[in-house]
Structure formats: structure tokens, C-alpha cells
Design a protein around this ligand. Structure first.
Ligand code: FES
Ligand code: CO
Length: 336
């Protein structure tokens, strides 16, 4: 057994890939300050944002000759984290104790993903990079919105993304209407990686940038990792207002602290005409409507005890998500 938080053994998104260049930048994951930078071979790195020498923030440094240089005394670190040069003592051969602390990284879905600790032997399926199935669908174009910096816990943000009963209030005139707030029963079932809700019906005045009139839309929602969820809307024969629109939108959330997060959406849609800016603007409007409510919720950490908050039958997906977090052993951003 290990006392490592299970969250530390999972992959989390920390930044858009295209935002990471030769200028080191700071990020924060699960309370761990990170420096993100890209080396001369194009490889992205995520290290502890603390120099092993005197603790200065490496994110204030620069990339020099493909190596990260500390801003304080100019120690240099190669891509693997080893210290290669101590300018004050040029002949000195730095050793393992002089190395930077490095973390595992992957690039996928237009994002850099970081894992703070290796999973132990009793690995759960959720230790893999979370699945966003639409990414490999060549008939869908991909774009990303965010970052959205939010004073809310990651699970509160995911739960909001899974919630349809707020559409008529928070997104009135866009994703819902006060006149048609009803959520018909839908199906919820556990999956090997999370939870799936199908046959989620809602009346939407303007469900996408293409909608010209209101329509009943059908979604599926899937939680594919503790802080990630995907909504998918596929064209249905017979539907008119959303004719032909097929989209799958992932909500990626980085748990920064227990009560603050950074979120992005990854959009995959069969719309190759609209400029990125238009698709991103739509997401910005929707998220901007959610944000004040998300930041107002108390407690900020999501309570997992079944009776901590009041529920209705429209909240079955939320209840399933909470059970999944509880069963997965998630402790960060929740009240167990
Ligand atoms: Fe980084 Fe001294 S603190 S080189
Ligand atoms: Co919303």
C-alpha cells in the first residue's frame, strides 16, 4: 500500500500544447507548483517549480541551448532534469542531488497531461490517459477553448457540466428556457472508466452556433475520469433544427487546489466551415454563464455523503458521479 493520493497517479491536463513554447511558464496541479517548458526537440516537460539549489522558481528562468536555466544562479538542467552546469564553479560535475524534480508528461487532445506519481500495483483502469473517443474520428474537426480559471473545485465543475436541469436558468435563451425546464427520465449506468448517461433530452432554444430555432436535443454524457466528462450529440434522423450536427465536447479540468481549478473544452464537430474563433466564443459565453454560479456554490468541495445535499430525480447522473468518485477513492476537491 502507498499513502500517495490516488489523484497523483492519474493524468491531468495542465496547459494547451500550443501555449507551451521556449518561454518557461508556471502551472499548478494538485497543489504542486510546476514549470512547463519545451526543449529544442519539441518535447514538453513538467517539473517541480523549485530549483534544487536554493528553491527559486524555475518558471522565472529561461530556456538556453535546449536546457532550462534557473533565474537565480544560472544552474542549467537538461531535458531529463540532470544539472549540467553550475556557472560559479565551471569545473564542478553536478550529481543526482543537483537534479530537478521531473514528472511524467504526455501530449494528447491538444493538451499537455501530467502525472505526479507512478501508479502502484493495484492500478485501476482510470490510471490510463482519459478517453476522448471523438479525437480519432476524422469526420470531426477539433478545437479547444479555455483556459478558464475558476474559484471552484474540479468535481463541482464536472458535475455542472453533467447537469441539464440548470439550462433554463443559467443558460436561458441559449441551452434552455424557463418555460420548458422539465428533464425527462434518462438512463445512467457505470462503465469500466466512469459513468454513462444516455437518452438525455432537453429543449434548447440555441444549442449550438448553428441552431436557428429551438429543438428537443438528445445528448449522452460520459464521465471518463474523475475530473473529465464528455457530452455527445449525434444527428438523429427526423430532427430538423440540428440537422446533421454531430458534436462531442469534452470538459477537461485541472484540479489546481482543492477549491480552485483551470478548465478547457475540447470540441470535436462535423463543422469544418466555422472559424475557430466563433466556436470558441460560443463556449466562452456558455462557460461565462456557469462561472458565477460555480464560484458561489458552498461548500466548494463536492460533498460525497449521500445526504449532504438535497436531490431530485433529475440529479441521477450527479448522484452516480458522486458514487463513482467515492468508489474510486478520490479525496482531492471532495468531502468524503
Ligand atoms: Fe537555482 Fe541557485 S537557486 S541556481
Ligand atoms: Co452550464
Amino acid at each position: 500500500m502507498t499513502d500517495t493520493l490516488i489523484e497523483k497517479t492519474l493524468w491531468h491536463p495542465v496547459a494547451l500544447s500550443h501555449a507551451i513554447g521556449s518561454q518557461p511558464q508556471a502551472a499548478n496541479l494538485l497543489g504542486q507548483p510546476l514549470v512547463l517548458w519545451r526543449d529544442a526537440d519539441g518535447q514538453a516537460h513538467a517539473w517541480a517549480d523549485q530549483c534544487p539549489h536554493r528553491g527559486a522558481r524555475l518558471s522565472l528562468g529561461r530556456v538556453h541551448g535546449g536546457q532550462l536555466e534557473c533565474p537565480y544562479h544560472g544552474w542549467r538542467f537538461e531535458a531529463g532534469g540532470a544539472c549540467t552546469h553550475v556557472p560559479a564553479v565551471p569545473d564542478f560535475q553536478p550529481g543526482a542531488r543537483h537534479a530537478a524534480t521531473t514528472f511524467d508528461t504526455r501530449e494528447a487532445y491538444g493538451m499537455l497531461w501530467v502525472r505526479l506519481a507512478a501508479p502502484s500495483g493495484d492500478a485501476l483502469p482510470i490510471h490510463d490517459l482519459p478517453l476522448f473517443a471523438a479525437e480519432t474520428e476524422t469526420r470531426l474537426r477539433k478545437t479547444t477553448s479555455g483556459p478558464y480559471t475558476v474559484a471552484a473545485s474540479a468535481p463541482r465543475i464536472i458535475e455542472n457540466f453533467l447537469d441539464m436541469a440548470h439550462f433554463g436558468y443559467v443558460h436561458e435563451g441559449w441551452l434552455g428556457s424557463r418555460d420548458k425546464p422539465e428533464i425527462p427520465p434518462y438512463e445512467v449506468k457505470p462503465t469500466p472508466h466512469g459513468v454513462l448517461a444516455t437518452q438525455c433530452l432537453a429543449w434548447q432554444p440555441r444549442s449550438s452556433i448553428h441552431a436557428e430555432s429551438g429543438a428537443q436535443v438528445e445528448y449522452t454524457y460520459e464521465v471518463t475520469a474523475p475530473y473529465m466528462a464528455v457530452l455527445t450529440k449525434q444527428p438523429e434522423p427526423g430532427s430538423t433544427a440540428i440537422e446533421g450536427l454531430w458534436e462531442s465536447i469534452a470538459m477537461f479540468v485541472c484540479p489546481v487546489t482543492e477549491e480552485s481549478s483551470v478548465a478547457w473544452t475540447r470540441m470535436a464537430m462535423n463543422d469544418f466551415e466555422s472559424p475557430d474563433a466563433r466556436l470558441i466564443d460560443f463556449q466562452n459565453v456558455i462557460f461565462g454563464q456557469d462561472q458565477p454560479v460555480l464560484e458561489s456554490q458552498q461548500p466548494k468541495r463536492l460533498p460525497l455523503q449521500p445526504n449532504a445535499e438535497a436531490h431530485s430525480s433529475a440529479d441521477r447522473m450527479s448522484a452516480a458521479y458522486r458514487r463513482y468518485l467515492k468508489d474510486s477513492g478520490i479525496a482531492f476537491g471532495v468531502i468524503r
